[in-house]
Design a protein around this ligand. Structure first.
Ligand code: BG6
Length: 296
């Protein structure tokens, strides 16, 4: 069966290969597993809560309407870190295509997390499409401003936790010569390194990255994840390393940071602003590809 719905999740199975699957939790519309020909591609903490008590630590949590903790905006600053989409139960809207299996989930203020909606009383409709290709996973978001009077101001980000063998053998490529904001140093600069390697906590927002730059995660010279973005100018690269992992109760095993790197396409260095009735669409595609070193 290509699409199965349970009370809490949707399971997609590719009709050409039953070991290619995606599992999407209705809570947060979080893709928490993507197996490509039997091999898991996403990192998920063994202590991740899948019962709706907390955003999922792993997979692809969705960040909306604010990235991080906002301190300036009158309304967005009332929300917790990363907003309300990952803490809300989304509605399963149904199947759009059977091959590749594609489903949609929706969220609006009428059924989003009530407590958080009271803090951020805006009108919107979100539709997430998840498409399971035989060689890729595509997640696409459409944000519609359903208000007739007010602008809708928001950040969006796919908080993608990628599974890797060993962070010390891993490089993230094709982001060099890009301006970044280092969230740990609280400084902006241009990354002159040809590739990113991680040997300590890293938390960077690469800004305005050309859409035709294909980001890759490379393990000992072999590309293990390739990432294409549409309408998502920024990319956050994050690894919590030793101390930060210790501080996160739902991050297990504690040395799990060795087996993950977050590469998070988003629109976060500034806000998308939609006039009443306007919509905005963006997507990420994860797949496997040959090694690509792009001209910078
Ligand atoms: C990343 C941020 O996107 O998410 C980090 O850049 C943050 O600063 C991380 O620590 C995890 O956030 P959270 O809220 O899921 O613990």
């Amino acid at each position: 069966m290509p699409i199965e719905e349970t009370e809490t999740e949707i399971i997609l199975t590719h009709p050409n290969n039953s070991s290619t699957k995606a599992r999407i939790l209705k809570y947060g519309a979080t893709v928490f597993s993507w197996e490509l020909k039997g091999e898991e591609q996403l990192w998920l903490s063994t202590a991740a809560k899948l019962d709706g008590s907390k955003p999922v630590r792993g997979g692809i949590p969705l960040v909306f309407p604010v990235f991080g903790k906002n301190h300036d905006d009158e309304h967005l600053s009332k929300l917790p870190q990363h907003g309300l989409a990952r803490n809300s139960v989304w509605e399963f809207l149904g199947q759009v295509k059977s091959n590749p299996p594609t489903i949609q989930l929706g969220l609006g203020p009428e059924f989003a997390n009530e407590e958080l909606t009271n803090l951020w009383p805006f009108e919107y409709s979100l539709v997430l499409s998840v498409e399971l290709g035989d060689e890729y996973l595509k997640t696409e978001i459409e944000v519609l401003n359903t208000s007739t009077t007010q602008n809708l101001k928001f950040n969006w980000l796919f908080h993608t936790y990628l599974k890797i063998d060993d962070i010390e053998d891993t490089l993230v490529s094709n982001l060099s010569s890009t301006k970044l904001y280092d969230q740990l140093l609280k400084e902006s600069y241009i990354d002159r390194q040809p590739v990113i390697s991680v040997h300590e906590e890293l938390d960077r927002i690469y800004q305005n990255v050309d859409e035709d730059r294909i980001i890759q995660v490379i393990d000992k010279g072999y590309p293990i994840h390739t990432l294409k973005r549409h309408n998502l100018p920024d990319t956050v690269v994050w690894n919590p390393w030793v101390e930060k992992s210790k501080g996160m109760a739902d991050f297990e095993p504690k040395d799990g940071f060795k087996n993950m790197v977050c590469v998070e396409p988003g629109h976060v260095h500034d806000f998308v602003v939609l006039a009443p009735g306007e919509n905005w669409v963006a997507s990420q595609i994860l797949y496997k590809d040959e090694l690509k070193f792009q001209k910078v």
